[in-house]
Design a binder for this molecule. Structure first.
Ligand code: FAD
Length: 406
């Protein structure tokens, strides 16, 4: 059996290595480097750049000052990108996946690259997204590759990207302005979380412009009656599906069923191009697409997927904040007190004896919310019995579960 996968991001990588146990797999990538948005422009460089900021923040809490420049952060990002891109290459090679570089397109029902058509019994499209491209602005993807001096940064959008990069630029010593049309940061998330994060950003000294639409005019951002002069404008939302080569067949986000089947020929799709926006959803969808592409019928279940914003403290959330909810502040947590990390809280909700959702704005929020997600699979009465080490940040989750009724 022959499978062709298009795209080497997390979805394509996992579709290819999964299918390779049962089929001969070719993976097509248009970029020179492998890894997709996640490795080359997104998850990896942003986390490499945020790490020194987190260290500086924690030392600051203990009264010590350490400074990192944007150039230091960029160097860490480049190292991480190169290392992980080579890692993707090595992984594909170890699974005997053949990599072909070029722009794939579909014509007469066949995948073409560089004028050659490829024989395939099934195809997985893991095409990802394209960054927003607005005159006078850059996208988050461009930040690790940015040259030149700048001091004042304007971020359009106070969602996940605006908050993560706003925090980064602030800890790197820049003047940061966030423009958000809602009256708090992080639209659509839990209201307590939005209020606390908004207040925290104000205390950090990030200049928030809330409740109106921003207009960009060269190096000026117009917001209501205000005009803010900036050196750099980062547009943090508005990604579109990357459909070049496949636009004759799909006009927007690719719809699939639970098996990641597109309903067309033997074509499956996975990852951001199907309308999800995290690398871990892309990975899981890629695995399911890879299995179905070789005839193993499995369904993707995308409920209770934890999501993390890697600021310090971290911000993490999962599920729906509905039913009965309990909030435990970090000022109640012995470990947080010992380490002077008492900013934030954990909040968990339950309905009909199951965890429906959780948010954490705290140290180790990613672990707290991931464990809440795992515990949501069992009845609350059993979830309450989990042991959290003492003293640990996880005890705030345990305490919230303890206080939930019944
Ligand atoms: C700034 C930023 C930070 C992020 N941080 C995180 C994070 O911390 N955690 C997280 O979970 N997610 C994060 N994300 C999101 C994450 O990057 C995506 O969810 C993930 O990359 C999606 O994987 P994918 O495989 O679907 O697509 P992509 O990673 O976009 O890969 C698609 C690949 O397909 C290739 N391709 C497209 N069309 C063709 C064609 N016709 N022919 C050949 N090749 C083609 C592209 O070149 C690309 O390499 C971040 C994103 C950004 C922008």
């Amino acid at each position: 059996m022959r499978v062709v996968v298009v795209g080497s991001g997390p979805a394509g990588l996992y579709a290819a290595i999964t299918a390779s146990s049962y089929a001969k797999v070719k993976l097509i990538e248009k970029d020179e480097k492998l890894g997709g948005t996640c490795v080359l422009y997104g998850c990896i460089p942003s986390k490499a750049m945020l790490h020194p900021g987190a260290i500086a923040y924690q030392l600051g809490r203990l009264g010590k000052k350490v400074e990192f420049s944007f150039e230091d952060a960029k160097k860490l990002a480049k190292d991480a990108i190169n290392r992980l891109s080579k890692g993707v290459e090595a992984t594909l090679e170890s699974y005997s996946v053949e990599v072909v570089h070029g722009l794939a397109s579909l014509s007469s029902g066949k995948i073409n690259v560089g004028g050659q058509s490829m024989e395939a019994d099934s195809v997985v499209l893991a095409l990802g997204t394209e960054k927003p491209n607005l005159k006078g602005t850059i996208a988050s993807d461009d930040i690790p590759y940015l040259d030149g001096q700048f001091n004042v940064v304007g971020l359009i959008g106070g969602g996940v990207g605006g908050v993560e990069y706003g925090w980064l630029f602030k800890t790197l010593g820049k003047e940061v302005h966030i423009f958000e049309k809602e009256n708090k940061l992080l639209p659509y998330l839990d209201d307590d979380l939005r209020s606390e994060v908004t207040k925290y950003f104000q205390r950090l000294g990030v200049k928030l412009h809330l409740g109106d639409l921003a207009k960009v005019d060269e190096k000026k951002v117009l917001f209501g009656n205000e005009t803010v002069n900036v050196d750099l404008v980062v547009f943090t939302f508005g990604r579109r599906p990357s459909l070049k080569g496949f636009d004759g067949m799909f006009s927007s986000w690719i719809k699939t069923d639970e098996r990641m089947y597109t309903g067309v020929g033997s074509i499956y799709a996975a990852g951001d191009v199907t309308g999800s926006f995290t690398a871990h959803e892309a990975i899981h969808k890629g695995i399911i697409a890879g299995k179905n592409a070789v005839g193993i019928k499995e369904k993707y279940v995308g409920e209770m997927v934890p999501k993390v914003i890697y600021t310090e403290p971290q911000i993490a959330y999962v599920g729906k904040m509905e039913g009965q909810c309990v909030r435990v502040n970090m000022t109640e947590n012995p470990r947080a007190i010992a380490e002077k990390e008492t900013e934030g809280f954990v909040k968990v909700c339950q309905k009909e004896g199951r965890i429906t959702g959780a948010v954490a704005f705290s140290e180790r929020a990613e672990e707290i919310v991931t464990i809440a997600s795992a515990l949501s699979k069992m009845p609350l009465s059993e979830a309450k019995e989990f042991f959290a080490p003492h003293p640990s940040y996880l005890e705030s989750l345990w305490e919230a579960l303890r206080r939930l009724q019944p």
